[in-house]
Write a protein that binds this ligand. Structure first.
Ligand code: HEC
Length: 138
């Protein structure tokens, strides 16, 4: 490479390396961490893909979905009649103490109290919820 080309290239490299990680990078890291946590804490009973059968309802597109509304799943009466919408706050409360949040649910108790862990799992659940359910749940 001739010297007059090398200089701008170096400048570009320095600019790239010196830049703070973008918010996209943070988001990617959170989603990846969330997937690992989901695999460890939730995957046993929940698919992240509506075509996969699992013991619990699939959680694809769960964000802002009405509770108990995935058509092919046999929910408890408690969940089906709850009338709640899976907002981030509701999902947090559910992860923290699902049985306390909704007595009568048939989901085994999970007790994830660490907000950072909840955040990661929420990032992952948002990432697998490309469908905009907000209009339907108004
Ligand atoms: C031991 C199995 C099991 C584990 C582990 C589990 N779940 Fe569940 N989950 C269920 C079952 C069963 C239901 C249906 C409950 C009902 O009908 O009352 C459910 C329901 C749900 C719902 C309601 C979905 C809807 O369509 O309304 C959400 C949200 C949910 N689980 C999230 C999670 C998350 C997040 C984790 C991991 C932190 C998790 N679950 C771990 C079995 C499990």
């Amino acid at each position: 490479m001739r010297p007059q080309f090398a200089l701008p290239l170096c400048a570009a490299l320095v600019a790239t390396i010196g830049m703070p990680a973008s918010s996209d990078t943070y988001q990617d890291v959170k989603i990846a961490a969330g997937k690992s946590l989901f695999d460890a804490e939730c995957r046993l009973c929940h698919a992240d893909n509506a075509d996969d059968a699992s013991y619990g309802p699939p959680l694809e597109n769960v964000l802002y979905r009405g509770a108990g509304t995935f058509e092919d799943y046999d929910y408890s009466i408690a969940l089906e009649a709850s009338g709640i919408v899976w907002t981030p706050a509701a999902l947090r409360a559910w992860m923290e103490d699902n049985a306390g949040f909704m007595p009568g649910t048939k989901m085994r108790h999970v007790g994830i109290k660490d907000r950072t862990v909840q955040d990661f799992i929420l990032s992952y659940l948002a990432a697998i919820s490309p469908q905009d359910n907000t209009a339907a749940s108004d």
